[in-house]
Structure formats: structure tokens, C-alpha cells
Design a protein around this ligand. Sequence first.
Ligand code: FUL
Length: 493
Amino acid sequence: MKHHHLRLLPLLLLPLAVGCGEESIEPFGPVPTAEQLAWQRMEINMFCHFGPNTFSGAEWGTGREDAETFRPRALDCAQWVYVAQQAGMGGIILTAKHHDGFCLWPSAFSTHTVADSLDVLRALRNAVDAHNNAGGTPALQMGVYISPWDRNHPTYGTDSYNDVFVNTLQEVHSKYGPMFEQWFDGACGEGPNGKQQRYDWPRFMQTMHELNPGCVIFSDIGPGCRWVGNEEGRAGETCWSTLCTEGATPSENKPLYKELVTGHSLSALRSPLSTLSWVPAEADVSIRPGWFWHPQEHPKTVDELMEIYFNSVGRNGLLLLNVPPDTNGRICPEDSAVLVAFRAERDRIFSKDLAQGAKIEALCEYGDGMKDKTDRRHPASNLTDTAYHSYWTIRGKDTSHIILVVQLPEVQEVDMVMLQEYIPLGQRVSKFSISYAEPDVNGGGIIAEGTTIGYKRIVRFPFPIRTNCLRIHIHALAPPILNRIAIYNSKAQ
Ligand code: FUL
């Protein structure tokens, strides 16, 4: 008995110690759910547009296509999974139903579907599960695009279509789940009877909540993640993961496209803190000119994909890169080759972090001078470790004139900096600049400036510099909390 008490003692004392002046750090504003955080950390996912359009050459099918149009010659979802994994992607989102209404699974709620023999959702589910059960790394997740706009369904344009759509959601998620993301496209055109539909968004969202409360729901305004406002894979230079969605639905009273690009911050007039939600940006773009595979089109180059990466993941967005399977039902060699090269280029640049071994000091204005106000529980050494949940922050309430001085072990050629805020405690930084000292020529100065950081911000310098000291000046809406600083030379081999 005695022993038991002794073993419990340290546990009993722990809350007391934490209670004595070691107050925990309060989150600032809205923060991500566990699923939104896991989603953001996936960074790049694969979108697969596949359906009758793959065979007919269309981008928007009419809904009147013969079901026989859809005849993949050698469907191989395990190959999609393999390509996604090789490309460093965390998930695959399939267009289970595009605007033509054609269901890539044998749905009980439509007559416009694949034959029972060709259940593409089942094939993808099996391929993803097989990869994960075999311990494949990274583990992959599956998501679905189910278009509310349906150019085939006879009930489209009437109230009963909302019932059909709810049934469809239930069918897909209960038979083929779990899905990490549900994609609700914003398009709302005419159906086969020339009528438009009033989507019952509250009911669709409630259905999703009942089916899978953890599923990240994409729509123009979330609630899980928002459209980035363009189809070029480009987040704003300023990109808040917070958005004011009060009184809006994915169809009505929405923020303007340009607001979806940047999000809303506390300092934006229309957004008092209480009306903001955590709705991070998802930047969707196709590797090819069209969303569907067409024989005459070709994929983007590695350089173009890198530009997209810097403008999406590098600006606090998630990149959803569309890689459409071809008429065989496979990702064609031209596309998989460029994806593997895109991965190799990222690995080449980001494998050598020059901040490793650096000494970092965090200074805040104090009286006439500057003082290191680092919170000792969260030291600056946390900025260069790779553990996600260890972060640096300051004591007190300073929000401006905070300078991180990064002293490199030796003079290096540098042309890129990567910064990460610890978003589980909110997005805080509203402005930063990076300056440097150039010891060889006794020069230096400001080399880059920016606004938001968020989950990840990659800053490319206009030209490479030689330095052993970088200074990062930060202004924030609340005391900043960063979990990573990395420094790169993208020209190094
Ligand atoms: C758009 C659709 O109309 C396109 O066909 C495509 O699916 C794209 C991702 O979203 O709104």
C-alpha cells in the first residue's frame, strides 16, 4: 500500500507545480481542430478528376453521356497510391461524382453510375487500405469530391434532390469511409430540366457531422477548409487561416474571392475576434491545363510546380494538386515522371537546413535597450529542432519589435528562409522582415519583408547573400509563438 502512495506522489504534486506561477499559454483567437491540424500537416494532396469526361474530352459533361463512355482499360488504383506516395502526398481526393452526375460507384440513388463490376471508389478504398496495412509511409488518406450540381438527376431543381444528395453522402461515407476530406464544389448550374437547385447547406453539413465529425469539409467558406479563391494554386502573400463566415453559406453572402485569398484577420475591420473561425486555405490546381485527362494536353514542368508550391504551401496553404488518371485508369508516365522530379527538387532544396547548429537569441525592446525575453520553458533551441510540438515564445505581452537573432556557425550562402508559427495556439504574426549582416564586405540590410506566417511561410530572397547572421523582426497580434526556423541555399547541390 505504502509503495502505491509513494508512486502517486509526483503525479499529485505536478498540478501544484504548474499552478505556481507556471501559467499555461492561452490560445489566441480561433485555433485548428485536431483534424484541421493533421490536414494542414499533410501539405500536399492529390486530386483525381476521373469520369466520363476522361473519355469524351469534355470538362463539364452534360449528364446525357452513355454509361458505356466510362470504360477504363486497366484501372489500377494501387498505381495512383504508389505515385501519390512517391510524390510525397498525404491523401487522394477522387471526384466520386462530377457535375455530369455520373457516380463512380454503384449508387442506389442514381441510374447514371458505373456498372457493379467497376466500383472505382471500392478499388481506391482497397488500394489505400492495402498501402496502410502494409505499413506504407507516409500513410495515405482518402477523400471524396461529390458535386452538388448534377446535370443528370431527374429531381435536380426540386426539394427532393436535397434528399437524394443527403442519401448520396450517407451512402458514400458509410460504405467507403473513413474520408479525411469532403469536397463540396461551389458550382450550381442548371439540371436536366433547366432548373437550378437551392442547396440545403445546413442539412448537408449536419449530415456530414453525423457521418464523420472529424471529416474536413471543403467549400468556398469551409467549415473545415476554404477555397483559396482561384484555380492556380496561389494563396495570398497575406494569408490568414481565419475567416469571418457569419451569416454565409457556401452559396450565399460569401466573402469576396479576394478575401478568400487572404482570409480575415482580427485587425480587419469587419472581423471582431468572436466572429472569426479557423478556415485555412486549400489551393487547388491541375498539373495539366484541364481538370480531366485529355490526350493532347501535357503536364506542367517541375519549375512551374515549384512556383506553385512556394505560392501555396509556402504561403500557409495546403496544395491540392490534380493529377487526372488517363483512359487506362492509370496516372500516365509523363505525369508521374514530373511528380517524382518535383519531389526530388523539394528534397534537394529542403534536406540541408543551415540553421541547424545556429545560436538563436530573442530580443524585445526593454527600456532603452533590448533584452532576451524568451520564456525559459520554451527556449529558442526549440526553433531548430524538428519536433512539431516544441516551440519558442516570450514572457510577457510584447507584440512588436521582437527580434530573433540567428547566429550561424559559419558564413554561408543563403537564399531562403522557412518560418512556422505554432498554430495550435493560433495565428499571430502580422508582419515580419528579415535582415542580415554581410561580414565579408561589411554590408547587409533588409533582404525580405512579409506579413503573415501561419503554419508555414517560405521566403525567397531576391538574390543569394553570404552571411553568418540573420535577424528576423516580428510584429504580431499577440505574443508570437514559433516552432521552426530553417535556412536554405537553394542553389547548393
Ligand atoms: C470547379 C469545377 O467546375 C471544375 O470542373 C473542377 O472540378 C474544379 C476543381 O472545380 O468548380
